[in-house]
Ligand binder design. Structure first.
Ligand code: ADP
Ligand code: MG
Length: 574
């Protein structure tokens, strides 16, 4: 007999976010034992960095991982950040989609899923409670508390099991979690490599890590400055959808469409408002609450036809070439290192981003495989290492499109080099909630390629000079070996004294590496490139028309550059 709707709906339920993720933990990145462990490290480290930097503190993190049994570990992670006020501790660790970073701001976290995800995984695999010690300041007074709690998945909130006062020494958070079905590994995708890369991308941070064998690694900071705090920026008109406008209209306290638009979006002047009215024929003096879907669509359509200044870039704080070099030097001890930070540009018309790239060669650069060093790519987004899903990532795709042979790297794979690429943005276009790969937006692909080609060219210059110096040395050795003999024999034949030749010979044959670098034929090329870059990138704050002009100019420069590169290739072939 068929059932009626009222019976079928007897089982109708609502799922909390925690219940959903309990069944779909892979959506938090928890797939496989090694990856799950790395993601836990990632979530806790990124939170500590975000919190410390926001409070103006140089981050120092201490992590210890103890092995209880096979695939069974206890992780203790403590930081020196501002701490979490007692009332918020269980919200932070037990409520999914809760956090302080739901703003248009450059930060590592942005979804409010990180720590609660870790607590969920711990509870799902061991049934054990989470232990958190938080030391924080309240009205100038240093307070401390130790809580033990579990997550009530049905309610998406915490259940307190124990509370004790804690005598704090300084502010910070210490969290202890137990996990099963996870594994610690030294592989490229393991937790150790994640820490190593984190230190490279964050030279201002100190991490002390005790691994399951009891070995203590101390990663000292290579730089002593807290990064400048990024500012929150308003979204750019080219980056919003009709749904965004309707949402803003619903939640605004503004009384007119026009003031809603000027207060919620960047680059929105009175002149632009008049233009929107002209294009859409909508009276923008209407109340936001009355905004209809169809009107929102028309406004967005108008945005797409209009010219806006590019978004303000005060919200973007890159690592900076000097800091990248410091970070890479500290960890990789390379023979050669160079880095570059591009100027901000936009993707999808309205989201600003910056690409940074670096190359380290020799020393501990590259990945050690069977005792030989191979090239490795380190991808970062807002300083966070991306160690998974590399195949689908814009950074990988862009690097693949580079013709490395042109830069003297005939066999890139077997070169002892580390290539570093970081994307900085308030909205990194991640391909999934796991946040491990960047969408291949054409502008991002272009910028990654430009930045990497620049550092590759510098490496090529170095390698060439090194090769030339080696050849010089060999030539000089041949002279040293044979000329004295010839002189001696000739003197004997002529029955004269053997002449003083050493000093003259040294002058003629020996040139230092520095001298060789000094008289490099590539110099002209680099000057042209710099000029081309500054022309192009200034375009960010410029109007579309100015941009066009500059583009034309830069195309001419590009042509010039190409001829230079062609010349270089021919020289190389000889
Ligand atoms: N170590 C910490 N120190 C201070 N605050 C923290 C720390 N870890 C987490 N938080 C707070 O908890 C919130 C939730 O963290 P999380 O679940 O990782 O989400 P997200 O990082 O995406 O905001 C953060 O936004 C922050 O306010
Ligand atoms: Mg987080």
């Amino acid at each position: 007999m068929s059932q009626q709707a009222s019976e079928l709906f007897d089982n109708f339920q609502e799922l909390t976010p925690s219940e959903f993720f309990r069944k779909n933990k892979q959506m938090l990145g928890f797939t496989g034992k090694i990856r799950s462990m790395t993601i836990v490290f990632h979530e806790l480290i990124t939170n500590s960095f975000d919190a410390a930097e926001e409070a103006g503190i140089l981050p120092e993190i201490e992590i210890s991982l103890k092995r209880v049994d096979k695939d069974h570990y206890v992780l203790r992670h403590s930081d020196n950040g501002p701490g979490i006020p007692e009332d918020y501790i269980m919200k932070v660790y037990c409520t999914m989609f809760a956090g302080s970073k739901f703003r248009n701001i450059q930060s590592r976290g942005q979804q409010g899923l990180g720590c609660s995800g870790c607590v969920l995984l711990s509870q799902m695999t061991t049934g054990e409670p989470a232990k958190v010690i938080s030391s924080y300041k309240e009205e100038g007074e240093l307070k401390g508390v130790k809580l033990e709690f579990k997550m009530d998945v049905k309610k998406n909130k915490g259940m307190l099991l124990n509370r004790e006062n804690y005598e704090p020494k300084h502010t910070g958070v210490c969290v202890e979690l137990e996990f099963k079905d996870v594994s610690y590994s030294m592989a490229e995708q393991g937790a150790f490599e994640y820490i190593r890369r984190t230190v490279i991308g964050n030279p201002h941070a100190k991490i002390i890590f005790t691994d399951p064998t009891g070995h203590k690694y101390i990663f000292n900071r290579a730089a002593d400055m807290v990064p400048v705090l990024p500012k929150e920026v308003l979204p750019h008109p080219k980056g919003v959808t009709a749904d965004d406008l309707i949402f803003m209209a619903k939640h605004t306290d503004k009384r007119r469409f026009r003031s809603l638009l000027t207060s919620s979006l960047s680059r929105m002047s009175n002149q632009r408002i008049a233009e929107i009215e002209e294009i859409t024929k909508i009276d923008l003096n209407k109340r936001p609450k009355d905004m209809k879907w169809e009107e929102a669509e028309r406004i967005v359509e108008a945005f797409s036809q209009m010219n806006f200044m590019a978004p303000p870039t005060s919200g973007l704080i890159p690592i900076g070439d000097e800091q990248i070099e410091k970070g890479m030097k500290e960890i990789l001890k390379p023979e050669f290192i160079t880095a570059t930070t591009r100027k901000p540009v936009t993707y999808r018309g309205g989201v600003a981003f910056i690409i940074e790239a670096g190359i380290a060669y020799g020393g501990d650069s590259g990945r050690l495989v069977n005792e030989t060093r191979k090239a490795e790519i380190m991808r970062f987004a807002n300083r966070v290492p991306l160690t998974f899903d590399q195949g689908s990532c814009a950074i990988t795709e862009s690097l693949k499109s580079i013709d490395w042979k042109r830069y003297g790297l005939r066999d890139l794979d077997n070169t002892p080099a580390t290539i570093f690429v970081n994307i900085i943005s308030t909205q990194v276009p991640y391909l999934s909630t796991g946040k491990q790969s960047v969408a291949p937006e054409p502008e991002i692909l272009h910028e990654v390629k430009q930045a990497t080609m620049k550092v590759a060219r510098k490496l090529q210059k170095y390698l060439r000079a090194k090769k030339a110096a080696k050849e010089e040395a060999m030539r000089s050795k041949i002279f040293d070996d044979y000329v004295p003999l010839i002189l001696k024999e000739s003197a004997a034949l002529a029955e004269t004294e053997v002449p003083e030749y050493k000093e003259v010979l040294a002058k003629v044959t020996k040139r230092s590496l520095a001298e060789l670098l000094g008289e490099n034929p590539d110099k002209a090329e680099e000057e042209v490139e710099e000029e081309f870059e500054s022309n192009k990138d200034d375009g960010l704050e410029a109007t579309e028309e100015e941009k066009k002009k500059r583009n034309q100019k830069s195309n001419e420069k590009k042509e010039e550059q190409r001829t230079l590169v062609d010349r270089e290739t021919t020289l190389d072939d000889i």
